[in-house]
Every structure is written in structure tokens, then in C-alpha cells.
Design a protein around this ligand. Sequence first.
Ligand code: ZN
Length: 133
Amino acid sequence: MKIIGIARETLEFILKVSESSAPQEFAGLLRAEKGIIKDVVILPGTESSDRNAVIKLFMMPNISSVGSVHSHPVPNLKPSKADLRLFRKTGTHHIIVGAPYDENSWQCYDSDGQVQVLPVLEIELNENEEILT
Ligand code: ZN
């Protein structure tokens, strides 16, 4: 799937959850619809420490994801070696969020850990749009 961006509401949710999880890390998988990242599945089994979130891949729900998201409680957005292993397994778009959790304190990487642009899209998330009447 070609990813054209992330919904602003989804990004704001990620920033909020990251901030409220601090000093623990938060990790999740990103899901997209029609090329727009709209959904975050929070991963169970995330072992939090003040340095590294170790995501237990065997606990990963069987869902299709376009990438991952996790927080760094320190203001350092660089992916660690463990992060790169996770990136390669979970998709093409990976967001790292850091303190102070504002609209500039995140970065998107590709599966090799290279910075990539992820546009923030002003779209409305309507939970009912999939319901056929
Ligand atoms: Zn990390």
C-alpha cells in the first residue's frame, strides 16, 4: 500500500498516549486505510524500561500493519538497533515520538531506519463511515 500520510487526529492520539505513558514507553502498530494512517493498535506485552521498549513479536496480534510507532521518553528520536529489527518486521512506516510530545517531537523512518517524510493530513475520522445502511 502506498502511504500518503497520517490523519492529524491519529498523530495527536499517538502524542497523547506517549505523553501519558512516560516515563514508560508506548508501542503500537500503525494501520492504514486507502493509504492514510488512521489507526493505532497498542501492543500488549510491551516491556517498558526507561531506555528501550522491547516488543515481544510473538505477542503481536495477527493484523496487517503498515508500520510501527513507539515512544522514547528521552528527547532522542534515533532508532536503536532493536528498533531497526522491529522496523524490518512490521512495515514501511515507523514513527518514533519523544519528549516533549508536541507536534514537532516525532519522526518517521522507513524500514531501514532512514528518515522519511510523512505528511499530516487534515481529515475527519468518522468511525461510522464503514457501516452500510
Ligand atoms: Zn526506540
